[in-house]
Design a binder for this molecule. Structure first.
Ligand code: TRP
Length: 363
């Protein structure tokens, strides 16, 4: 049997999606979707995972489901090619998680570097919700329920994939070959691995107010770019400037293509020359920011326009999500049935068990 190629990926609906999501994953997903190299593509809105650290905030999660769905469609996710669905509508995922929990130790979860950082960022200290602590296990359920072979995500998700593979190996070793070991698919442009916030801080986050959203208006986009963190030592145009840690150049690494120079900045042949001039001194931040603005406006304008179109029929989006969830649930139910069988908890379907037991009791 030739192995099917299946993609599963997801986002937590805690806000509108930003360009970090876009370069880190969303853009790639659309390319993968349109490559026709995959047999199935599942895109999940991870509301249950979002609730693991937003238990008191269900309204926030609920309101953002539509925002995320609109962002998907605006970027080119096509529901005729990809199954878009909502995590909480697939109860099979909870059951899988419950069984996988037996295969993971507390100390292994404590070693997960992404969870560690998130615990620090949320100041959970000694009050970590159990659901949050165990979300890597639930993520393993998300991935394996769809027999995903490929998970296109940012590098911060690497520990989740590692943990998923461990669960798969353990499950298959204990109960027999049942689950598929997934692979991570990282973005290929290294600047896209983690796009910093506009203030230069490591991560874009709503609470830090350093995000650029996909649905940002043209004016706000320009304002955010013009206010971006650069090199604090680069005070006068003639001063030599630093590229490392300079957000404007990191964003150029992520968004700039060679043809942009001819179009918007013909004085320079390529990005290397632009960087060299900045480092030598004599190139002002404003000029570089204007160039970045032209490039990003070009990239985000069609997304913004498509989003406005989709916003005109909200019930249709919910309908798409409902259909997607139904289709996804069928797939997850098949996997769950395999899992129950492998774990020998499918009592009523196991005729051999019943007849052997009957014999044991002298019938
Ligand atoms: N943890 C992911 C994030 O924060 C979201 C997610 C949930 C996910 N389940 C997943 C990603 C399964 C990939 C596969 O972005």
């Amino acid at each position: 049997m030739g192995k099917e190629k299946i993609i599963l990926t997801a986002d937590r609906p805690t806000g509108k999606l930003h360009i970090g999501h876009y370069v880190g994953s969303l853009k790639r997903r659309v390319e993968l979707q349109n490559s026709n190299l995959y047999d199935k593509i599942f895109i999940m809105i991870a509301d249950a995972q979002a609730l693991t650290d937003n238990a008191e905030n269900p309204e926030k999660v609920r309101q953002n489901i539509i925002e995320v769905a609109l962002d998907y469609l605006a970027c080119g996710i096509d529901p005729t090619k990809s199954t878009v669905f909502i995590q909480s509508q697939i109860p099979e995922l909870c059951e899988l998680s419950f069984y996988y929990m037996n295969l993971v130790t507390v100390s292994r979860l404590q070693r997960n570097p992404t969870v560690k950082t998130e615990i620090q960022m949320r100041n959970f200290a000694t009050s970590i919700p159990v659901g949050f602590f165990t979300y890597p296990i639930s993520q393993a359920a998300d991935i394996t329920a769809f027999k995903a072979t490929t998970v296109p995500v940012g590098e911060d998700q690497e520990p989740m994939l590692e943990q998923t593979r461990e669960i798969v190996r353990k499950f298959n070793a204990v109960y027999g070959e049942t689950l598929i070991e997934p692979e991570i698919l990282l973005p290929d442009n290294s600047a896209c691995l983690r796009l910093p916030g506009t203030d230069g801080k490591a991560k874009m986050s709503k609470s830090l107010n350093n995000c650029i959203y996909l649905s940002e208006s043209a004016e706000d986009l320009q304002k955010k770019i013009m206010g971006m963190f650069t090199d604090p030592g680069h005070i006068h145009v003639q001063d030599p400037g630093k590229i490392e840690g300079n957000t404007v150049f990191t964003y150029l690494d992520a968004f700039c293509k060679p043809e942009h120079f001819a179009q918007y900045l013909p004085d320079y042949p390529n990005l290397d020359e632009l960087k060299a001039h900045y480092q030598r001194g004599g190139l002002g931040d404003v000029k570089v920011k204007r160039f970045l603005n032209s490039i990003m406006q070009e990239e985000l304008e069609p997304i913004r326009t498509r989003r406005k179109e989709f916003e005109k029929d909200i019930p249709a989006i919910y309908d798409m999500l409902k259909k997607g969830s139904k289709a996804a649930r069928e797939v997850a139910a098949d996997t769950l049935s395999d899992v129950r069988k492998a774990m020998k908890i499918n009592y009523f379907e196991d005729i051999d068990l019943i007849s052997a037991q009957a014999k044991k009791f002298g019938q």
